[in-house]
Write a new protein. Structure first.
Length: 298
């Protein structure tokens, strides 16, 4: 690609740009963002080649545009792009929710909706901003594309090839399937981690609790170090699916509370053992896939 444009040059967008540059898959990267300081830092770090404040100038002649801003900003960004969106330019996003993003895109782009190919790279860190960007963030990770009926297959393929150049493998789901899956395995865990840390931080003896918190607490709550703005938007955007998963989790907590009250050691151990086995199976599958990917690369 000769030119890509990245709206949001932090962890996700910055890593995308760095990865494409490392792969030799793009000649020129333009960054657009709300913060001049972030754009300047991204340019200083070599993430982008040009910082642009005028959308018309930024998107002119672009092969691909990536929206890597919080999902609540999707509609406004697409509205700013639409008058200047040229035939042949493909727009995609990296949002963690998809049904709301697709609805916002339809409203903002109208008959240009076919040029928008929704996507979601399954990768991240708790750090934010341009300094958190890594060229190898997506290596061995999944990217989900939730293509629309209006998308031309060559446009979907352009997005897929860009993520593959970053080292990711491509998976396809519908927007609704995507949101149901990630409410369970991503959005709920983030909500729980934030809730636990907030609860402990609100206790009068919080300093002594944090003093004795060790690796288990650190591992369980790592994701609570992520961007509050981003996860606020994700939680509200996927509200219905997240409420469904939260209600199911509350049932499980009540069940476990009952086991504790009744001193039901067998019941508790059964849950723990089932969870342990399920996690072992999951991590073993990940390790196998990573090994196969490495062998394929070699």
């Amino acid at each position: 690609m000769k030119k890509i444009v990245v709206f949001g040059v932090g962890l996700i967008g910055g890593s995308f740009a760095l990865a494409l540059k490392k792969a030799g898959a793009v000649e020129h990267v333009v960054g657009v963002g709300r913060s001049e300081a972030s754009l300047s830092r991204a340019k200083e770090l070599g993430i982008i080649d040009e910082a642009c404040t005028l959308v018309a100038d930024a998107v002119h002649g672009a092969d691909l545009i990536l929206l890597a801003a919080p999902v609540a900003q999707t509609g406004a960004i697409l509205e700013s792009i639409e008058p200047h969106l040229q035939p042949g330019t493909v727009v995609t996003d990296a949002g963690s929710t998809k049904a709301d993003v697709v609805a916002a895109a339809r409203l903002a782009l109208g008959d240009k909706i076919g040029q928008f190919v929704p996507g979601h790279p399954i990768a991240g860190r708790e750090q934010n901003g341009p300094d958190a960007a890594l060229a190898d963030l997506y290596v061995g990770k999944k990217t989900v594309i939730t293509a629309l009926d209006e998308n031309a297959e060559q446009d979907v393929e352009r997005v897929a090839q860009a993520w593959q150049a970053c080292g990711a493998s491509i998976h396809r789901l519908s927007p609704q399937e995507h949101d149901a899956v990630f409410a369970s395995v991503s959005h709920l865990p983030h909500l729980l981690a934030y809730a636990l840390v907030d609860d402990i931080a609100s206790k009068p003896h919080a300093p002594i609790l944090f003093q004795y918190a060790a690796s288990g607490f650190r591992d369980f709550t790592r994701i609570a170090g992520s961007s509050p703005e981003m996860w606020r938007d994700i939680s509200l955007a996927n509200r219905a699916a997240l409420l469904h998963e939260l209600d199911a989790y509350l049932v499980q907590l009540i069940r476990m509370r009952k086991l504790l009250v009744e001193r039901d050691s067998d019941g508790l151990e059964k849950i723990y053992a089932n969870a342990q086995q399920a996690r072992h199976n999951w991590t073993a599958a990940i390790e196998t896939a990573e090994r196969q990917n490495k062998e394929g690369g070699d």
